[in-house]
Write a protein that binds this ligand. Structure first.
Ligand code: ADP
Ligand code: G6P
Length: 453
């Protein structure tokens, strides 16, 4: 097999400790260990030198990272408006938040064509190309248009709603047609695969979607968590808790994560279970994400207000109910916090997978594991039915789940955690990538072998 070429809009900075939060880069990085490969995408920068030439080239641990810039206009039309303002809400079942414009659609296609041209120049004949996420739906077709005939696979990290919803976006059919250029399309859950295949069928197109639930590297994460609890930051957190139980939430500041609903659930918990007041602390780490998009700014204002209201109502002069951070926290520190947390409260309204749930499980101490409270609507929920599953729209249910989790006996915690941990260990990021790439290799090819560039 030739080189593996990963293409995604967001590419991690391989040398920086503080990485931007996001499941795509975390999952893929864990999956890439050991192979010789190229990871191609956006540099994260805006400049006049869009697309060509490649502005960043770096090699770390056998992976070459090649990145291109976007112009300010492309950044706005392609990334902010079309990817984050149209596709993201639509695919998270939030049609009401979608603000469609034809001009952004044109910029989206233009940037995909530019990605294809820049990447084409770097390709070798037997390369296997794996494209990731909604920013790049049309990339496969754009590469085929440039004569790339080898294997091209696609993985969608976010959920797929039913066609009746997807079709509310003008041009949805064109996206599905472009996706026919991929030999195989991976999605996170069976429900997503059914919805996408049904959409293809409704449009007279071939069904190419299959479920490949993404995982993490549990072994590495456990080691990070074990080291993390011995760090200074964990020590400071522990001292500040003064024996109170820790409920932890970790998410990008995104409306798909159900943060206001979670805060209201915690508020209901304070109201309905006064015996826990002063005895628990809820730490929510939610680094600002996509801060230039209006809906994200609104969400931030809403959370500022809710935190103020709940703390104002329930705080004591020596106790604060909610600790709320919008700064990113380095992964190794976060891993220690997961291990210390008695409860992880993870309540997305919709989520492709939700890797935080898997990280929390991997981080636990087998002798005294914490409890995972998880939304039914996380892609991880079908695999993680030993979690305490909740409907994130029901504040009282969140309150009851928190009470249940905080009063659960050791035996039940261990029983639930052992099952969850078995699953997290079985479905790792490495297995996910291997399974997808094997299936890609075996899929009936759309194109013929690539001629020399
Ligand atoms: P999404 O991809 O929508 O952001 P996931 O839960 O699948 O959601 O992945 C998020 C990834 O980003 C996880 O690996 C998590 O550890 C990391 N992450 C999330 N929130 C933070 C945070 N506050 N600080 C640092 N890393 C974070
Ligand atoms: C999710 C998406 C990724 C994206 C990440 C962070 O995980 O599936 O494609 O990279 O969020 O979002 P950002 O807009 O900062 O890349």
């Amino acid at each position: 097999m030739g080189r593996l070429i990963i293409v995604s809009n967001r590419v991690p900075s391989p040398r920086e400790r503080l990485q931007p939060a996001g499941g795509l880069t975390v999952g893929l990085k864990d999956a890439l260990r050991g192979g010789s490969s190229l990871w191609f995408g956006w540099s994260g920068n805006q400049s006049e030198f869009a697309g060509d030439p490649v502005t960043g080239m770096d090699e770390v641990d056998g992976v070459t990272y090649a990145t291109i810039d976007l112009t300010a206009r492309q950044h706005e039309g392609f990334y902010q408006n079309f990817s984050n303002g149209i596709l993201w809400p639509l695919f998270h079942y939030r049609v009401g938040l979608m603000s469609y414009s034809r001009r952004d659609w044109q910029t989206y296609l233009e940037v995909n064509a530019m990605f294809a041209r820049s990447l084409r120049a770097l390709l070798q004949p037997d390369d296997v190309i794996w494209v990731h996420d909604y920013h790049l739906f049309p990339l496969g077709q754009a590469l085929r248009d440039l004569g790339v005939a080898g294997r091209i696979g696609f993985f969608l990290h976010i959920p797929v709603p039913p066609w009746s919803l997807v079709r509310s976006m003008p041009g949805a059919r064109l996206l599905l047609e472009d996706m026919q250029a991929y030999d195989l399309i991976g999605v996170q859950t069976e429900e997503d695969a059914d919805n996408l295949n049904h959409a293809f069928r409704q449009n007279g197109l071939a069904e190419r979607a299959r479920a490949f639930p993404i995982g993490i590297d549990p072994h590495e994460f456990r080691e990070q968590a074990e080291a993390g609890v011995r760090r200074d930051e964990a020590e400071r957190l522990r001292a500040s808790l003064r024996g109170t139980a820790l409920i932890l939430g970790v998410d990008r500041l995104d409306y798909s994560k159900g943060l206001p609903e979670r805060f209201r659930g915690y508020e209901a918990f304070m109201a309905r279970y006064p015996e826990h007041r002063g005895r628990v602390s809820f730490l929510q780490v939610a680094p600002v994400s996509r801060g230039d998009v209006e809906e994200y700014r609104q969400l931030r204002r809403q959370l500022d207000e809710l935190t103020g209201r709940i703390n104002g109502a329930y705080a004591e002069f020596d106790w604060t109910p909610i600790r709320y951070l919008t700064r990113p926290v380095a992964r190794d520190i976060l891993a220690g916090f997961y291990r210390m947390a008695d409860v992880a409260l993870i309540t997305p309204l919709r989520d492709g997978m939700n890797l935080v749930a898997k990280e929390y499980v991997a981080a636990q101490d087998a002798a005294d594991p914490g409890v995972l409270v998880l939304s039914h609507f996380a892609g991880a929920a079908p695999e993680m039915d030993e979690a305490v599953l909740v409907n994130p729209y029901d504040a009282d249910e969140i309150a009851d789940a928190l009470h249940q989790a905080l009063t659960m006996g050791l035996e039940e915690r261990q029983r639930r955690w052992t099952r969850l941990d078995e699953d997290v260990r079985r479905t790792t990021a490495g297995c996910w990538a291997r399974d997808f790439l094997q299936a890609l290799d075996a899929a009936p090819p759309v194109g013929a072998p690539l001629a020399a560039a």
